[in-house]
Design a protein around this ligand. Structure first.
Ligand SMILES: [Zn+2]
Length: 82
C-alpha cells in the first residue's frame, strides 16, 4: 500500500489550521451518516453547501451526499416516480 508523504508542519501551516478552525466558532454542526451502515462519517457545519464525497471508516463504502438533503443527522430520500 502506498503511504502518504510526510508533511512538515511549519508555523504558517499551523496558523492556517487555526484560522480555519476559528472560522467555525459558533456554527451548528450535524453528523452525516453512511448510507450503507449508518456510521457517523462526517460532521457538516451549518454553512456547508453542495455535495460531499466520503468513504466510510467502518464499512469502506464510498458515497456522494447532497448536504441540502441531510437534516437532523439522518439522510432522507425523496422517492421519485417516473
Ligand atoms: Zn458505512
Amino acid at each position: 500500500m502506498k503511504q502518504a508523504a510526510q508533511r512538515i508542519l511549519t508555523d504558517e501551516i499551523l496558523q492556517n489550521i487555526r484560522k480555519h478552525e476559528a472560522g467555525t466558532n459558533g456554527l451548528k454542526r450535524r453528523a452525516l451518516r453512511c448510507h450503507y451502515c449508518n456510521h457517523k462519517e462526517v460532521e457538516i457545519f451549518e454553512d456547508a453547501r453542495g455535495h460531499v464525497k466520503a468513504k466510510c471508516g467502518k464499512c469502506g463504502h464510498e458515497a456522494i451526499y447532497n448536504v441540502a438533503f441531510c437534516r437532523n443527522g439522518a439522510v432522507r430520500f425523496k422517492l421519485l416516480t417516473l
